[in-house]
Write a new protein. Structure first.
Lengths: 233, 205
């Protein structure tokens, strides 16, 4: 079967609304969006806290976060596998091969990206921004909100980059989810499986959806930013 | 004369590197304290030290006022306005007191700009928003770096009116750095001149 035939079959699979294709897409989105939301809630304040900490703390924090942001997904998956496995310290939670385990893995992958970019963005704000927030006597929590809002351009990028990383990752998803049909099967794990089985059409169909969702979300966010920019002018 | 704060043998600088020796002086409620000196003499560093944004290299400023409401507020020579409207910036400093925000917008002729995005404002308008925002916090001490920057004749008139009212009421006490002493003629002043940055002479006032 030629590549063109496979692509044709893939498009047909999507067009006729193959239930398995859409179930897998839904699981992928559910896991990645949950992980992303949790990582945003934890990562942005964490990045801010490190940014406004003492210089030495901020330098070490920046190094740690940037190093963590570069961790291979498969290493994160493997580490959490040992943590969640029956003999591991959190084995009693019985979450291995569930979406919760996958969300945890993707959360750990997204968190340092969001925190590291928030850290850099807040540190790069003009000193006058920090001083103004302090001198007006606004509370700590409100000050964090204000300064993160000032850095929102970079933070939107951070969210997109973090989403791209976790939505397209395979290592943690396959190790922690186990690729169980209807439960933990995601776009990337199916691509790997179908490729191994030789079902190119299904693998390409999943690949196409992966690309379209990633491009769609990027396009939506950039479009919204352009629209808001135009509205202000 | 009500003293708001006192600077005692104050040397200011960054990271323990001295920039200016300001000596000793007091900031009074009914006298405008004016820091003068050539460029690079350390006026901004001294203002930030008075405002509690920088520690003194040696000596002390006493008492140490808290930031914001009832304490000290600093306004930069090129004010930083937070993203949003002029009204949002002023409201930020006075919490839920919408009445006070409205009064300040009117006092500083900013009512027409209330809903304007701060990125659209001119330098003088930004300066007025920053002054209104600082007053909105109702500080005991207001520290302003070159407030006349960007203000046109009308803006200067408004600014002078605010100064006169504050000096009469004795609140807030005001410290400014300026190159334009002439514009302050007729006001009760306490002038604190800073020598060039390389001076180490200690002066008392």
């Amino acid at each position: 079967m030629s590549l063109l035939d496979s692509i044709g079959d893939a498009v047909m699979l999507i067009a006729r609304g193959d239930a398995e294709v859409w179930r897998v897409t839904a699981v992928s989105l559910q896991v990645s969006i949950s992980a992303l939301l949790l990582a945003v809630i934890a990562g942005l304040p964490a990045g801010y806290a490190v940014a406004v900490a003492e210089r030495s703390v901020a330098s070490i924090g920046s190094w740690v976060l940037h190093t963590m942001a570069a961790l291979p997904t498969v290493v994160v998956g493997l580490t959490l596998y040992f943590v969640f496995s029956a003999a591991g310290p959190l084995g009693w939670m019985d979450v291995l091969y569930t979406r919760s385990a996958m969300v945890t893995g993707q959360f750990i992958l997204a968190l340092p990206i969001l925190a590291a970019i928030a850290l850099t963005a807040v540190r790069n704000l003009p000193v006058e921004a920090h001083e103004t927030a302090i001198t007006l006597g606004v509370g700590r929590y409100r000050r964090m909100q204000l300064l993160l809002m000032e850095a929102r351009g970079a933070l939107v990028s951070a969210v997109l980059i973090a989403f791209a990383r976790i939505f397209s990752e395979l290592g943690a998803a396959v190790i922690l989810g186990g690729n169980i049909r209807g439960q933990t099967r995601t776009l990337t794990t199916v691509i790997a499986l179908e490729y191994a089985k030789g079902d190119d059409a299904r693998a390409i169909a999943m690949g196409l959806i992966l690309v379209v969702v990633a491009l769609g979300i990027n396009g939506f966010v950039h479009g919204a930013a352009l629209w808001r920019g135009a509205e202000r002018r | 004369m009500t003293t708001t704060i006192q600077a005692i043998d104050v040397v200011v600088g960054y990271h323990a590197r001295p920039v200016a020796d300001a000596g000793s002086f007091s900031v009074d409620a009914h006298r405008l304290t004016v820091i003068t000196g050539p460029n690079g003499s350390g006026k901004t560093t001294l203002l930030k030290t008075i405002a509690g944004l920088l520690p003194a290299t040696s000596g002390r400023v006493t008492p140490r006022l808290p930031h914001g409401a009832g304490g000290v507020v600093f306004v930069h020579s090129t004010p930083y306005l937070f993203a949003g409207t002029a009204g949002h910036n002023i409201q930020l400093a006075c919490g839920r007191d919408h009445q006070r925000a409205r009064e300040l917008l009117t006092t500083l002729n900013l009512e027409p700009l209330r809903n304007s995005d701060v990125r659209r404002l001119s330098t003088g308008e930004r300066q007025r928003v920053a002054i209104a925002r600082a007053l909105a916090a109702e500080p005991r001490l207001l520290v302003i770096d070159e407030p006349e920057g960007g203000l046109d004749a009308n803006g200067m008139d408004t600014w002078r009116r605010i100064l006169e009212q504050a000096l009469l009421a004795g609140r807030p006490s005001i410290v400014i750095a300026t190159h334009q002493l002439a514009a302050l003629a007729g006001l009760p002043l306490n002038v604190v001149p800073l020598p060039r940055g390389d001076s180490t002479t200690t002066r008392s006032r």
